[in-house]
Design a protein around this ligand. Structure first.
Ligand SMILES: *Cc1c(COP(=O)(O)O)cnc(C)c1O
Length: 638
């Protein structure tokens, strides 16, 4: 790998290698000590704090890794960024309406997150989007600002509607968005019964489609929203009932993480056309809700690749404002309040998952003798020849030969013609050959396709103290990529290439795809483990969707969560600590009763005393160990 003139590895090399400046959005960087820094104040360099300092603070306070760090200020900062970007775009284009964002609770429903969104959002009247009764109940416990919107999506039953109507009565700007035609009747009925004038919105299906993981959320075939004939029939019903004055909002949601700005723009144009038609029909309108979709640049490539986006937040805002104006201005329709339901971009930066590496498995390379003994089996001699004669010119041939001889030797072993010791020796030669081929391959401009994944075959496996299923479910379910890197030792050259295994012992508990500026990388460059020293990795941008989609695979529970507030002078506070699940907690989630388990295990232990396997005082120790186990963290404890 490249080094500076004096042959030293530098922090700049690490920055480039891990792409931290590309995906870090100005919040993350590397210090002169080679540690990852977090800085919510972007331009004020003295506010930056090292994640290693936070780790020591956490461990001194008796918390174990893995830990999910939440940075309050990053949430604050992202909300400001979005609101300010819209405000600037509107000012620049002379837009007459305002922006009122709402945060969709489903993206991270933790009480702390929802509370912080309403707290930091208040100065922009940033509201909440709910998709279920439970989320509405959560929203109403956190929301104080009567100027902010509460948008109710999802299917609504009578209970849901009544609660929403009461909120309207209490002065909240709450909208019922009609997703299916059948909802309208209950809403009309309940609002007449409770004598509350509702605020109605319509969710429409657009013909515009977006690329990315969630393409089917929009489009004709999407399961949510009304088609155009349903829209017209609702307008007619409202006219009949004399309630057209309650129709104020138009909504669509194209899907999450939309990487291409063109898709966003064409959806806005189409929806604004529908908005204009509803105004023409006589509805008061006034609100245009463009849903979510604002993407996060997880790999930092700034492209229309699924894990990225080919636009900035500023471009997103000005494209939307411009598109709305382009449709409405020719008809002199007043500019509506623009709402977006941006969840991912609001919370993604907020959380970082930290864990330690428990162990490493490497594949070669081995010290081999210069010459083989005379009595070595012929096939092993051949394999050794392949290894010795390897060069750039014949790597493809050598690769094929090495595979051939390895298989021959395995066969001979099966038939009892060579010993286990000989087979082990042959495997060393084989792995050295593969290493050599991988090294030579890097010199080729167009390596043979058969050798494409050869790095994977020799990649180290770093065993890490976390569960993919609990903490990074999207890496497993939809191949989402998150930036992953060591949070220290970044002045040292990372000489190993690794894949990451979690501790679930599930063969899917593996990360072998990593972000790259131009491609997807099969391995992650990491440092050699130093005897006895901890090695810490961070997974960044995990604030959106990961926490609540996670599950209890292998009974690994919630991780510890620590919230940090960073001050402009570079000090920080631990504002909140939430202990992760204990073993007893996760067992009770699957219907075990930890108290009964203790009783039963005590009986089993007592029987062992009676049968003479253990003494009474050993029983005491064993019970203690069982009890400690129940109280303990579900992850690897030090
Ligand atoms: C999930 C969802 C969102 C959030 O989308 P992001 O892309 O995360 O901003 C917004 N609106 C609705 C209706 C959703 O279902």
């Amino acid at each position: 790998m490249n080094k500076d003139i004096l042959g030293r590895w530098t922090k700049e090399k690490s920055e480039e290698l891990y792409g931290i400046k590309n995906w870090g959005a100005g919040y993350f960087s590397i210090s002169d000590k080679g540690e990852v820094l977090v800085n919510p104040y972007k331009d004020n360099a003295s506010a930056a704090i090292s994640i290693m300092d936070i780790i020591s603070g956490i461990t001194e306070r008796g918390f174990d890794l893995p830990v999910l760090l939440r940075f309050e200020n990053l949430l604050d900062s992202q909300i400001s960024y979005l609101n300010n970007s819209f405000a600037e775009a509107m000012k620049k284009l002379n837009y007459k309406g305002v922006y009122r964002g709402v945060y969709p609770i489903k993206v991270n429903q933790q009480q702390q997150v929802v509370e912080e969104v309403t707290k930091f959002g208040q100065r922009y009247h940033h509201g909440l989007e709910v998709g279920s009764k439970a989320e509405l109940i959560a929203a109403l416990s956190a929301m104080k600002d009567k100027e902010a919107c509460i948008i109710c999506n999802g299917y609504k039953d009578e209970e849901f509607i009544d609660l929403g109507l009461y909120a309207v009565k209490m002065g909240f700007k709450l909208f019922f968005v009609i997703e299916i035609p059948g909802e309208l009747d209950i809403i009309i009925e309940r609002s007449q019964a409770l004598k509350v004038q509702p605020n109605l919105g319509l969710r429409i299906k657009l013909s515009s489609k977006a690329g990315g993981h969630w393409t089917e959320s929009g489009g004709d075939r999407s399961i949510f929203g009304l088609n155009m004939s349903e829209v017209i029939s609702i307008v007619d019903t409202l006219k009949e009932k004399g309630m057209l004055d309650t129709l104020k909002l138009l909504h669509y949601h194209l899907g999450s993480q939309i990487p291409n700005i063109r898709d966003i723009r064409s959806a806005v144009l189409e929806a604004t056309r529908v908005y204009a038609e509803l105004v023409r029909e006589g509805a008061p309108m006034g609100y245009l809700d463009l849903g979510g979709g604002l993407a996060v640049d997880y790999d930092g490539s700034n492209t229309n690749y699924t894990n990225s986006r080919n636009y900035t937040v500023e471009e997103y805002c000005s494209d939307i404002v411009e598109a709305v104006m382009a449709i409405l201005d020719p008809s002199n329709i007043p500019h509506p309040t623009i709402i977006t339901e941006s969840g991912r971009t609001t919370v993604a930066y907020y959380s970082v998952l930290l864990f330690n590496v428990l162990d490493v498995t490497t594949f070669g390379e081995y010290d081999l003798p210069e010459k083989l003994r005379e009595d070595t089996s012929e096939q092993i001699k051949n394999l050794f020849e392949v290894y010795k004669n390897l060069s750039l010119k014949n790597i493809q041939e050598c690769y094929n030969d090495a595979l051939y001889y390895r298989d021959e030797i395995r066969d001979m072993f099966k038939h009892g013609r060579i010993s286990l010791r000989e087979r082990a020796f042959a495997e060393k030669i084989f792995w050295n050959t593969i290493h050599e081929i991988a090294r030579e391959k890097t010199k080729l401009k167009n390596p043979p396709p058969e050798l494409e994944d050869i790095e994977n075959a020799i990649a180290d496996i770093y065993y890490c103290n976390f569960s993919i299923f609990q903490s990074l479910p999207d890496t497993w379910s939809i191949d989402q990529l998150f930036p992953i890197m060591p949070v220290h030792r970044l002045l040292e050259c990372p000489r190993r290439s690794a894949v990451l295994a979690d501790i679930t012992c599930d063969c899917d508990g593996l990360i072998d795809k990593f972000i790259d500026l131009h491609d997807v990388r099969n391995t992650l460059p990491l440092h050699e483990m130093r005897n006895g020293d901890d090695y810490y990795l961070g997974v960044f941008l995990v604030g959106a969707y990961q926490e609540t989609l996670g599950d209890l695979h292998n009974l690994f529970g919630d991780t510890n969560v620590v919230s940090v507030r960073i001050h402009p002078d570079g000090n920080f506070d631990f504002v909140k600590e939430i202990r992760g699940d204990s073993v007893a907690d996760v067992l009770s989630y699957v219907e075990y009763e930890p108290k009964d388990m203790l009783v039963r295990f005590r009986e089993i232990a007592e029987e062992a005393v009676r049968a003479g396997y253990i003494t009474a005082s050993e029983r005491k120790e064993i019970m203690q160990a069982y009890d400690n186990g129940l109280r303990g963290y579900t992850y690897y404890e030090r």
